[in-house]
Design a protein around this ligand. Structure first.
Ligand code: AMP
Length: 357
């Protein structure tokens, strides 16, 4: 049976009010969909482009229930939505992507186990719940390795590269329990597959993007990635397989390492993000349908739009004071500037991005 298509005028609920929510709200307006943002931060960048907002905590069940009651479908722009919040919403309205995608991506141990079951290669990994697990974990991953908190890590936070047993002991003492140790992947390039899967199960994958980081924060995505065509096709197939395994609805970001050995290229999945993704921002100007529009189309039960690349594109993140160069950037008529309207610029804070076609 074809999924129900929510008509224009329907209310899309958005958990989280950051730049991803803001860009989704802008796309929603173009489609005649109404957005209601839910976020505890009164300064949320998405508020100024949405019709309605709720300022409340993610554990305020009464506020969540009232919000859900006003929305035809609820989505989110960050993966750390508490399980209970997702439950309160799913009891009252559609939650897309569903709770399985949240639970899987919130915990690196669950995520890696799932990815392996879904047929994806991941770095060798082992859980560490305390000092007693250290030797067994090193036996699995070898050294050097990366120790990470299982939950709430982002942009390199909550992780340490360790070269020795002593360094791991110190890192575990510092980071606490609920950790995962991962083998260090000797990757040549980092890429991402941005997958969109509709409520009818039809899926498409954008051209694979090549990512470079500065200070653990995404700096640039270039499309197409400089990898073999077979590798790009394999990355797309892998993204689609992961989305199918989650019975996913919406846009899914899949971050991958490309390892070059023996003259070939091998893909190792790093992590998945159940939401629109920073490495997909190029699609706003470089693809027929942006990732934001496609996420909305999917969660509203509409057919997904073409993911075709219009022209090779480079997306540059503007981090902290880099956004002060906005006037100079506008002097290039082909630079498409996107600013998030954040009042305060802080080092490491994503303030905007530029797409160069
Ligand atoms: P994550 O928070 O897991 O996305 O990691 C942030 C960044 O750290 C990645 O984009 C990689 O550059 C690096 N990294 C994470 N895990 C590994 C790994 N197992 N091997 C090599 N580099 C890694």
């Amino acid at each position: 049976m074809a999924p129900e298509m929510l008509p224009p005028g329907s209310v899309i609920g958005m958990l989280g009010g950051g730049q991803l929510g803001r860009m989704m709200a802008l796309s929603a307006a173009r489609l005649g969909l109404t957005v209601h943002v839910y976020c505890p931060d009164p300064e949320s960048p998405a508020f100024e482009v949405a019709k309605a907002h709720t300022i409340a905590a993610y554990d305020d069940e009464a506020a969540l229930a009232a919000f859900a009651g006003r929305c035809d479908v609820v989505t989110y722009e960050f993966e750390n939505v508490p399980a209970r919040a997702a439950e309160v919403i799913a009891e009252r309205t559609l939650l897309r992507p569903g709770a399985l995608a949240l639970a899987t991506s919130q915990d690196r141990l669950v995520e890696k186990t799932f990815l392996r079951t879904a047929g994806a290669e991941v770095a060798a990994f082992a859980p560490i719940d305390g000092a007693a697990d250290i030797d067994a974990a090193i036996a699995v991953t070898g050294l050097p390795a990366i120790v990470k908190t299982r939950r709430f890590g982002y942009d390199g936070k909550g992780q340490r590269k360790v070269d020795s047993r002593a360094a791991l002991v110190a890192a575990v003492a510092e980071l606490g329990a609920d950790l995962i140790l991962e083998a260090l992947v000797p990757f040549a390039v980092e890429v991402s597959a941005i997958v969109v899967r509709g409520a009818d199960g039809a899926a498409a994958v954008y051209d694979i993007g090549e990512n470079s980081h500065a200070n653990h924060i995404l700096k640039e995505t270039r499309v197409p990635a400089r990898i073999g065509t077979d590798t790009a096709a394999a990355a797309a197939a892998l993204g689609r397989r992961i989305a199918d395994a989650l019975d996913y609805v919406g846009v899914l970001g899949v971050e991958l390492f490309v390892v070059r050995d023996g003259g070939g290229e091998r893909l190792i999945v790093n992590e998945i993000a159940p939401r629109v993704h920073n490495s997909g921002h190029w699609t706003e100007d470089g693809a027929v349908t942006s990732q934001f529009e496609n996420h909305l189309r999917a969660i509203a039960g509409w057919p997904i739009g073409s993911v075709e690349m219009l022209a090779p594109t480079v997306m540059e993140n503007l981090i902290g004071a880099e956004a002060d160069a906005w006037a100079r950037i506008t002097a290039d008529p082909r630079a498409r500037l996107h600013l998030y309207g954040k009042a305060e610029s802080r080092p490491g804070r994503k303030m905007g991005h530029v797409n160069r076609i």
